[in-house]
Design a protein. Sequence first.
Length: 180
Amino acid sequence: MKRLLIHSCCAHCAAYTVNYWREQGCEVSAFWYNPNIHPYTEHQHRLEAMQSLAKTMSLPIIVAEDYDIIDYFRGVVGHESERCQYCFKLRLSKTAGTAKEMGFDAFTTTLLISPQQKHELIKEVGEELARETGVEFLYTDLRKRYSDSRHITKPLDLYRQQYCGCVYSKWERYADITIK
Ligand code: SF4
C-alpha cells in the first residue's frame, strides 16, 4: 500500500480528496503547512477546522511548526501578480521534503480540487519537486468534485474561509479587483 502525504490547504478541499486517495488504495496522512494564510488568526481558524475534520475522518495529521510568513513575503514582494507560483513552491517543497524525511512514497495536494486555483501551475510545481526530491507526485484533476467535497463538510459546521489566503487575495475578493 502506497503511503501518501497530502498537503492540505483547508478542511473543505481535503474531505473529498482524502476519500478519493483512500479509494485508490493509499494510506493517507494530511500535512498542514500554509504560511500564505493571513492574518495568523485566520490561519488558526482554518487549522482548527482541518484538525476537526481529521478527527472525524480518523486521518493522521502532521502540522508543521513553522509559520513562515516572513519567507512568504520575501518571496512575493516585487512580483505580486505572480505570487501564486512562489506560494505553491513554498508549500509543496515543504510537503515533498517532509514526505522524503518521513519515508512516504508520494505526496500530493488538496489544491488540485479547487477550480479557483491555478491548476496547471500546481501540477507543474508538483512534478518539478518530484524530480528534485525523488518522491513521486500523485496528480489527478478533482475539480469536478469540488462541490461534493463541500457537501461532505457542510453538516460538520466547520469554519469556512471567504478568500484564498494571502492579504492580496483578501483585497482582491473584497474590492473586486485583480492585482497586476
Ligand atoms: S492567492 Fe492564494 S495561492 Fe495565490 S499567493 Fe495568495 S494565498 Fe497563495
